[in-house]
Design a protein around this ligand. Structure first.
Ligand code: ADP
Ligand code: ZN
Length: 437
C-alpha cells in the first residue's frame, strides 16, 4: 500500500522526539491552565503553581483528573485562559449525557484543530481531487465545522449538506460526483436503506469512502456499510472537550485509530481504581489537550472505553492506536442486576444478514423485574407474509443474544424503515424504567 502523510515530520516522529514535544506542550498547557480560575485552584492543591513544576511527562500524574461535572461547574468562563477578545468561536457538546459543556477557541486554536482534521482525512487516501459531502450537523456541534474546515484545508470540494433529507443528499451526490462522505454510522445505514427504497442505483454515485463517527458502532456495522455501499469506512473519534473530530482516526490500514500524540496525551485507566492499565487492556480514556490555548483541559475523564493496541502500524506512523471505542462507562445498563453494554447487543444483531439497518433497545419495569426488548428491523427480502421463517429468525436472535448477555430478551421484528431515525447521534436505548428518587 502507498501511504500519504499530511505532516510527515510529525506523523512519523520518533517516540523520543514526540515525547520531548509533548513535555514542552504540556508545560505550555499547564501555563495556560494557571490562567484559569478553575486550574489555578486545582493545580495549587497539588503543589503546581507554575509550568516549571512539570519536570517530566511522569509529572502529568500529579495533576488531578478533570470531569464533565468540573466543566459544568466552571460554566461559562471558568476554563477560559485568554482574554475574551482573543476568542473567535465557541462550540458545545451534544449533551448526550446532560447539560452541554462549552469550549472556546482562539484563531490559532482553530488553525491547529483544522490541521489535525486535515491530517486524518489525508491519511485515508483522500486528496484535493475528492468531492466531500459533509452529512453531519453543523451549528454548535463540532463535527460539521471541524470536518468542513479540514476538508477545505486538504483542498477537497466541500459540500456542506448537513444531515437529513436523503433524497436531497442523493441529488447532491449525483450532481457533483461526491466521492467521500462524513456521517454517523447510523445515518449511513439509513442512507443505504433509502437508496434501495428510492431506487437510486449504486452506480449512479461515485462514492469511494466514508468517515463514520460521533457514536459507537461495531466492526460488523462497519463491514455492513462497506459491503452494502461498496466503499471504505474509516472510524473517526473525537469529542467537543478535545476540540471535536481530529483526535483519533483510522489510516488506510483500518485497524485501530491513531491518537495524535503531538496534540493530545492519552492515558487508559481502570475507571474504578483510577490506576493506569497496560497496553492491550481496556479501560477509560483520559485525555489532555496540547494544542489549544483558549480552553486548556488537563486529564479529562472521557468515560469512553478503549485501550492501546500494542505494536506499530504498518503505515509507519509512530502515534499509538486505540481500539474501536465500545461505548462509555455510563452507557452501561443494569438489567435485573446484570451489566449490559448496548454495544454487546449491536454486535450480535448486526452480524446477522437478515437483520436490517436499524434497531432499538427498550427496558421497562415488569412488576419488580426489568424487561429488555430488542426491536430490530429486518431486510425487505426477509419481511415476507409467511410467518414461519420470521419466527425462526426471532428465536435465533433471542437465543444468540441470551448467550451473549445472559439475559433473555423479548425480540420484535419490524419492517425496514419503520423504526425512528435520528439526524444526529442515534438514540439506541430507551430506558423506560421509573427513576429512583
Ligand atoms: P456528548 O458527550 O454530549 O455526546 P460530543 O458531541 O462531544 O458530546 O460527543 C463526543 C462523544 O461521542 C465521545 O466522547 C464518544 O462517547 C462519542 N464518540 C465520538 N466518536 C466516536 C467513535 N468513533 N466511536 C465511538 N464513540 C464515539
Ligand atoms: Zn496506521
Amino acid at each position: 500500500m502507498i501511504y500519504q502523510y499530511w505532516n510527515e515530520k510529525f506523523e512519523k516522529m520518533p517516540r523520543t522526539e514526540l515525547e520531548a514535544w509533548q513535555l514542552e506542550r504540556l508545560r505550555e498547557t499547564v501555563a495556560c491552565g494557571l490562567r484559569t480560575p478553575f486550574y489555578r485552584k486545582r493545580l495549587a492543591e497539588s503543589g503546581i503553581t507554575e509550568a516549571r513544576d512539570i519536570k517530566t511527562l511522569a509529572d502529568l500524574r500529579r495533576i488531578p483528573f478533570t470531569t464533565k461535572s468540573d466543566l459544568r461547574d466552571g460554566f461559562p468562563y471558568g476554563f477560559l485562559a485568554v482574554p475574551k477578545e482573543e476568542v473567535i468561536r465557541l462550540h458545545a457538546s451534544s449533551g448526550t449525557t446532560g447539560i452541554p459543556t462549552t469550549i472556546y477557541l482562539s484563531r490559532g486554536d482553530i488553525a491547529r484543530w483544522t490541521s489535525f482534521v486535515a491530517r486524518c482525512i489525508y491519511a485515508t487516501g483522500c486528496d484535493k481531487t475528492d468531492v466531500f459531502q459533509n452529512m453531519i450537523t453543523y451549528g454548535l456541534f463540532t463535527g460539521g465545522h471541524g470536518f468542513h474546515a479540514g476538508g477545505e484545508e486538504v483542498g477537497m470540494l466541500v459540500i456542506p449538506s448537513g444531515p437529513g433529507n436523503t433524497t436531497r443528499q442523493f441529488r447532491l451526490m449525483q450532481d457533483f460526483g461526491t466521492t467521500v462522505v462524513h456521517a454517523t454510522p447510523s445515518f449511513l445505514l439509513h442512507v443505504e436503506s433509502k437508496m434501495k427504497e428510492e431506487g437510486v442505483g449504486r452506480d449512479s454515485v461515485k462514492l469511494k469512502r466514508a468517515f463514520a463517527g460521533a457514536e459507537p458502532y461495531s466492526e460488523d456495522t462497519r463491514r455492513r456499510i462497506e459491503e452494502l455501499l461498496r466503499i471504505d469506512v474509516y472510524n473517526s473519534y473525537g469529542l467537543s472537550e478535545m476540540n471535536g473530530p481530529g483526535v483519533a482516526f483510522e489510516c488506510q490500514e483500518k485497524n485501530g485509530l491513531h491518537l495524535w500524540e503531538d496534540g493530545y496525551i492519552a492515558e487508559i485507566i481502570n475507571p474504578e481504581t483510577l490506576e493506569p492499565v497496560p497496553d492491550g487492556e481496556r479501560g477509560e480514556l483520559v485525555l489532555t489537550i496540547l494544542c489549544r490555548e483558549a480552553t486548556p483541559i488537563l486529564r479529562y475523564r472521557t468515560r469512553d472505553l478503549t485501550g492501546f493496541i500494542p505494536g506499530p502500524c504498518p503505515c509507519g506512523r509512530t502515534h499509538r492506536r486505540l481500539y474501536r471505542i465500545t461505548g462509555r462507562s455510563d452507557d452501561m445498563l443494569i438489567i435485573n442486576g446484570v451489566n449490559v453494554f448496548p454495544s454487546q447487543i449491536e454486535e450480535v444483531i448486526m452480524a446477522m444478514k437478515e437483520v436490517g439497518n436499524n434497531y432499538l433497545i427498550e427496558i421497562e419495569k415488569d412488576g419488580v423485574l426489568d424487561r429488555l426488548t430488542v426491536k430490530t428491523e429486518v431486510t425487505a427480502a426477509t419481511f415476507m407474509d409467511d410467518t414461519r421463517p420470521l419466527n425462526a429468525l426471532k428465536e435465533r436472535i433471542r437465543r444468540t443474544l441470551q448467550a451473549s448477555i445472559t439475559i433473555n430478551p423479548r425480540v420484535e421484528l419490524h419492517e425496514s424503515g419503520s423504526l425512528p431515525v435520528s439526524e444526529g447521534k442515534a438514540v439506541r436505548v430507551r430506558d423506560l424504567r421509573p427513576r429512583d428518587v
